[in-house]
Design a protein around this ligand. Structure first.
Ligand SMILES: *Cc1c(COP(=O)(O)O)cnc(C)c1O
Length: 693
């Protein structure tokens, strides 16, 4: 039931050995494996001494979780005994078997909890239980994305229900004047507890039961209701469970009402309004993720009034004063802006890369009265990824051999990573080629399954990649099909792309993957264009589209591709994390100078498109530089081989990628920064405040 197995190599091997076919079918889900496996297989495993030895090893390895002795946090802050950090987020991606996420924000939040567990940082996560979190991606004959809802059964998941489904819930919030009772599910992520709030209780009004069903459903009203449940409900459920956090972290503005509720409670307990706000600020951290103000949640006065009113009366203030807390220049006096609320109520505010920190200071600096943007007290903590989730087993095994056994315990030391550069090129290349062949076999098997099961249409089969060749330079473009991520940059002029991929001597393949938001027709049109190209005979089977981009698909793709493409329109990508995951698997990134790449690119660990002189219309510039670089640099470097067939220059690039990512772009580094700069000071409350207007 503890998700710690999901980032434990030996545990994966253990479950796989019970029944490798079923293990693959469940997409690495031990709960389903153990429910569905033939008991005879368990008996055979129990009689196998090798299996039992591994079982004991895994068991011993995970039993350390019950104590935090020897962890980074205990060693660094030995005297600390305050309550945990409460980490609020609208989505969490811990493992695909609990599909309650849509993309990057959720994966970051899941990785955050895992690293907090590894490092012994006391933390409790708070999110929502979306029982219909995902949609399955299908395509019609015209390549138009069709969404099929998937509903899941919590009884088959590593979740514990903390409430009685027929009872009155653990806590209540008021929505449109109706009481909405909330239950909670618990997921254990190593040492970290994650609470998922659920409004689907029998006592609730029929209209309120489905509030937490779906993630990012369109419609502002529903969103505001979900944010009341997450923010206000989250605080109350923690209290009902006897959890007393010392520091409160809102990851993105969705959870801003958590701060409002704490202010309300302080006022109820006797504080005046200013004192309550100061008290909330001292213990609060807010991380923003979106670089354009319009991309943040904001609601009209009328909506706030009818859904949340009269919350302000409970705070002893009038509605104008309440709305002023959400005032933002861009949205004007009648809108309540969640990012503005969180900035006003959190002492520590940060963006998610150096560049995004600067963009955020420029956007919100006016709250500090026209200060120079360098003096605006908004910082940056660059995102990272969880090493043990995203570095594949073959790479970890190779590092075991090359860096010495203890490297896994010393990942925070840069000298461990320095050794990556000295690894023998032929070994690195051999392991990567093996990963690539395996990933291609996975793609073919998946295509075969769907061909037999659902499609029966030749073009769907071709689109899914059975004609790909593991010897050929393979580019990967996998992400949400949001407009600013620009998958269409590659097909801007199809002829030039087709020349590149069908070259006789040095061909190139591209694997695409990603979903469009169900309400995003523009994204769906881009997707359709790519999908059609993938079965267009002119592309000769060298363009493939892999359906259902999810964590386990992402992991396969890092094995399959040689270059990770990341082409967001600058400065729209706050950080981006998939390129970091690729790099942890020896895959260099090719990208625009945005988000993490603006600080991660060294000139030796991949390729960067120089900044366009006109940032208002960069598409033509970015497109031509992309193709110039691919044709003149990327392709020649990949195909330049020694007599033994090893591309020495390329392998150097691969090692440089892993070196930089392992050292600087992991959630281990990220959590050390959050803890040192924000959590520990916020746990004791901070003095010397510098509040915005
Ligand atoms: C990492 C990841 C993302 C986010 O990637 P970006 O680079 O931020 O676009 C989205 N979906 C999945 C499945 C991922 O693994």
């Amino acid at each position: 039931m503890n998700l710690a197995w999901s980032w434990n190599r030996d545990a994966h091997e253990l479950f796989e050995r019970i029944d490798p076919v079923l293990w693959a079918k469940t997409r690495d889900d031990p709960v389903r494996l153990l429910q569905d496996v033939d008991p005879a297989r368990l008996e055979a495993a129990a009689a196998d001494p090798g299996f039992v030895a591994l079982y004991d090893e895994v068991h011993d390895g995970l039993s350390h979780l019950s104590a935090d002795k020897g962890t980074w946090f205990r060693q660094t802050y030995p005297g600390s005994d305050s309550g945990p950090v409460a980490y609020f987020c609208a989505e969490f991606a811990v493992h695909d078997s609990i599909p309650i996420y849509s993309g990057g924000l959720g994966i970051l939040a899941g990785d955050h909890l895992k690293s907090a567990s590894d490092m012994g940082i006391p933390m409790v996560g708070v999110g929502l239980m979306y029982t219909r979190g995902y949609f399955d991606q299908h395509f019609d004959a015209e390549g138009w994305q069709i969404n099929e809802d998937e509903e899941f059964d919590p009884a088959r998941m590593p979740l514990s229900r903390l409430h009685d489904p027929d009872g009155s819930g653990l806590a209540t919030v008021s929505i449109e004047g109706r009481d909405v009772a909330l239950g909670a599910w618990e997921m254990m992520v190593g040492r970290t507890r994650l609470l998922l709030l659920d409004s689907d209780l029998a006592v609730n009004d029929e209209a309120d039961r489905p509030l937490t069903n779906r993630l990012y459903e369109s419609g502002e009203e529903l969103r505001l209701k979900q944010e009341i449940i997450l923010g206000i409900g989250g605080v109350r459920v923690l209290q009902a469970l006897g959890v007393t956090p010392a520091c409160w972290h809102a990851n993105e503005g969705h959870a801003a009402l958590m701060m409002m509720e704490r202010a309300r409670q302080a006022i109820e307990a006797g504080a005046d309004f200013d004192g309550a706000v100061a008290g909330v600020r001292a213990h609060s951290v807010f991380t923003t993720h979106t670089p354009v103000p319009a991309g943040h949640d904001n609601f009209s006065f009328a909506q706030v009034e009818s859904i949340l009113g009269p919350f302000w009366e409970l705070m002893g203030i009038d509605s104008r004063r309440f709305m002023d807390l959400g005032l933002a220049d861009e949205t004007g006096p009648d809108r309540f802006h969640m990012t503005a609320v969180a900035i006003r109520l959190a002492r520590f505010v940060n963006g998610v890369s150096e560049k995004h920190g600067a963009v955020t200071r420029a956007i919100w600096g006016s709250m500090w009265g026209g200060r120079e943007s360098d003096d605006v007290p908004i910082g940056a903590v660059t995102n990272g990824v969880h090493t043990w989730t995203w570095m594949s087993r073959p790479v970890q095994n190779l590092l075991d051999e090359q860096l010495g056994e203890w490297w896994t315990h010393r990942v925070e030391k840069s000298d461990v990573w320095d050794k990556v550069l000295a690894m023998p090129a032929d070994e690195v290349w051999r392991v990567r080629q093996e990963m690539k062949r395996r990933a291609f076999r996975f793609l073919v098997e998946q295509a075969r399954d769907r061909w037999q099961g659902v499609w029966g249409k030749a073009r769907h089969l071709v689109a899914s990649g059975p004609l790909l060749d593991p010897e050929v330079l393979t580019l990967g473009f996998a992400r949400r099909f949001a407009t600013y991520k620009r998958a269409d940059l590659l097909v801007r002029e199809e002829e030039r792309l087709l020349d590149l991929i069908t070259d006789d001597r040095r061909p190139v393949q591209i694997i695409f993957s990603g979903k469009a938001h169900p309400a995003d027709d523009h994204g769906k049109r881009i997707l359709q264009r790519i999908y059609k190209l993938s079965h267009d005979p002119r592309s000769a089977g060298r363009v493939a589209f892999v359906q259902d981009y999810e964590m386990h698909v992402a992991k396969r793709l890092f094995g399959a591709v040689d270059v990770w493409l990341n082409l967001p329109r600058v400065p729209r990508e706050a950080s981006g994390t998939s390129g970091m995951k690729a790099a942890l698997n020896f895959v260099p990134q090719f990208g625009t100078m945005d988000g993490w790449w603006a600080e991660g690119y060294t000139g030796k660990n991949g390729w960067a498109i120089p900044l366009a002189p006109d940032l208002d219309d960069p598409d033509a510039w970015d497109w031509s530089h992309t193709f110039d670089l691919l044709e003149n640099d990327v392709v020649p470097l990949f195909y330049e081989r020694t007599s033994a067939g090893i591309p020495m220059g390329w392998v150097d690039m691969m090692k440089q990628s892993l070196w930089i990512a392992g050292r600087d772009f992991t959630t281990g580094r990220m959590l050390r920064e959050y803890a040192t700069k924000y959590y520990v000071p916020a746990m004791s409350g901070v003095e010397g405040d510098d509040p915005p207007a």
